[in-house]
Write a protein that binds this ligand. Structure first.
Ligand SMILES: [Zn+2]
Ligand SMILES: [Zn+2]
Length: 145
């Protein structure tokens, strides 16, 4: 994974009990349209940034995180106080990276999302109107646009 140097950015959940800092965000930031991320966010899609685990720090409230492991092995963590979606981990988690919800950032990231993924399960009521590349499933799947 490549990185873009921009300095640290901070994030927090809705109630502020859980706070984190990311020292360096990776370049990959995708809008995920899969049905599980849609439900996790209660929204048309989820947007995740990624960072090396050594660059991601829980500043407050890590003990308040709860996790949900789905039947496919993916793990999503959320604030147990306010329900904010915080992180995602794939079933085959390498342990090197952490994916966090871009919507919980307090500071502005230097880069913006670069792809739409899992378009194959996109909500029918949402139309993509930007020019970012679209993938049927993950980034290694068939590119549709
Ligand atoms: Zn919270
Ligand atoms: Zn997803």
């Amino acid at each position: 994974m490549s990185h873009y140097s921009q300095g640290s950015v901070n994030g927090q959940c809705l109630c502020g009990s859980v706070k984190y800092r990311v020292d360096e965000i990776g370049e990959k930031m995708a809008h995920c349209h899969c049905s599980m991320c849609r439900r996790f966010h209660g929204a048309a899609f989820a947007t995740f940034g990624e960072a090396r685990k050594e660059d991601f720090h829980w500043v407050e409230g890590e003990h308040l995180l709860q996790s949900y492991k789905a039947p496919n092995g993916t793990v999503r963590r959320f604030c147990s106080v306010c329900g904010s979606s915080m992180t995602f981990a794939p079933a085959n988690d390498s342990g090197d990276l952490i994916e966090f919800t871009l919507g919980t950032l307090v500071d502005q990231p230097a880069l913006t999302p670069d792809a739409h993924i899992f378009i194959g399960s996109k909500a029918s009521w949402y139309a993509i109107e930007d020019s970012l590349p679209q993938f049927e499933e993950g980034r290694d799947s068939k590119q549709l646009v």
